[in-house]
Design a protein around this ligand. Structure first.
Ligand code: LMR
Length: 396
């Protein structure tokens, strides 16, 4: 049987970690996988998470299966956390949610639900989008098309080009949007852009699917929820995939959520039965530990305060690293202007390097970035900034 199976190339993002770990260059820098790192290069466990884990260890008295949608307290807390307390869709009782195995699990289950509703439907994704969106959405059977999003020239969102394509997208299609901290570009929609998308979704009837993997890491928890909240107010149906990997630092615990917003309570209930049924056929029920930690934090005023403070600190630090990077290159008289990095948000920016330049960075300087020239800003530090910027200058 397996003689028909060919070896696959390494994953375009995760594969770089393996290559980095094998690299013996003491100056090596890993700016590939999207994980937050502190000044020492470590991905710390949030203090709020440590405290929640301690509490939970004392409280947990069984390892029996959790209900298929996950902990009810997680879902009750997560819906207003994402949509904002008092959101109209919550008042109308037309939102249901489940815990999912990370943001990936949430995107995949959402895609399966969409494919069940309309087999082989077209989903529009931004050009470019996260490398794993294609496999996650395509594996569910959806057809993928791209809408223009990022301009290599302005290093910002090409809103007019995007809207002119979305204007032609009809009611049997789905449009995937990044809530904030667009992966891989770091270029986010403005409020006006979100309003224009919401008007089009209303008029054209397409179903928005918002991927929210970096909530609180662009401008703040309230601000970063703007697009998803506006859409949930504007349209009868949408999906939101949420990841707790980065903003709670729970990467390996695999915890996220899928929110189904439907036209009314009955449709929402029906949607939930399908989501549970889809999950049952793939993994039965989500891993419990991450959900227990998140529900503990969201349900405890003091832990929530500590968590939010830590998240705010990460965001502020990433913005200072953006400035450090762009200003250092400017001081070194780089032949290109990298000031756009300062106006982008989240973990990523795309440097606009060619594939060969990205390869030279890796082979000659042991600086690891994704082939699209996406760089993880959080991997920059005071210690590596000189070597990093010198290496980039050398390949420019
Ligand atoms: C990334 O884009 O690097 C992260 O979301 C990690 C992943 O799973 O790809």
């Amino acid at each position: 049987m397996f003689e028909t199976i060919e070896k696959l190339p390494a994953d375009p993002i995760l594969g770089l970690t393996a290559a980095f770990n094998e690299d013996s260059n003491p100056k090596k820098i890993d700016l590939s996988v999207g994980v937050y790192k502190d000044e020492s290069g470590k991905t710390p466990i949030f203090a709020a998470v440590k405290r929640a884990e301690k509490l939970w260890l004392g409280e947990e008295n069984t390892k029996v299966y959790i209900p298929p949608p996950g902990y009810p307290e997680f879902n009750t807390a997560m819906q207003p956390h994402i949509l904002g307390a008092g959101h109209q869709a919550l008042k109308e009782n037309r939102v249901r949610s489940v815990m999912a195995p990370g943001g990936c699990g949430a995107v995949r289950v959402g895609a399966e639900l969409l494919n069940r509703s309309r087999s082989g439907a077209t989903i529009w994704v931004s050009k470019p989008t996260w490398n794993n969106h294609g496999p996650l959405l395509g594996s569910a059977g959806l057809k993928i098309k791209e809408y223009p999003y990022y301009s290599d020239k302005t290093h910002g969102v090409e809103a007019d080009a995007m809207l002119s394509v979305l204007r032609k997208v009809g009611k049997s299609d789905i449009v995937l949007m990044h809530a904030c901290c667009h992966n891989p570009t770091g270029a986010d929609l403005s409020r006006e852009d979100w309003q224009a998308v919401a008007r089009l979704a209303q008029k054209q009837g397409f179903l928005p699917f918002v991927d929210c993997a970096y909530h609180g890491m662009a401008e703040g928890l309230e601000e970063d929820g703007y697009g998803a909240r506006l859409l949930a107010e504007s349209v009868p149906e949408m999906l939101i995939a949420y990841s707790c990997s980065k903003n709670f630092g729970l990467y390996r615990d695999r915890i996220g959520a899928l929110l189904v917003v439907a036209a009314d309570a009955g449709r929402a209930d029906a949607g939930l039965t399908h989501v549970n049924n889809i999950a049952r056929a793939m993994y039965s029920m989500p891993p419990a530990h991450g959900g227990a930690i998140v529900k503990t934090i969201l349900g405890d005023r003091e832990l929530y305060r500590v968590w939010k403070e830590e998240l705010d600190g990460m965001r502020v630090r990433m913005n200072s690293l953006r400035a450090l990077f762009a200003d250092t290159l400017a001081k070194k008289k780089a032949p290109r202007d990298f000031s756009f990095v300062k106006s982008q948000r989240g973990l990523f920016s795309m440097l606009g390097l060619k594939k060969e330049q990205v390869q030279r960075l890796r082979k000659e300087f042991s600086v690891y970035i994704v082939e699209s020239s996406r760089m993880n800003i959080a991997g920059i530090s005071q210690k590596n900034i000189e070597y990093l910027t010198d290496s980039i200058l050398a390949v420019l």
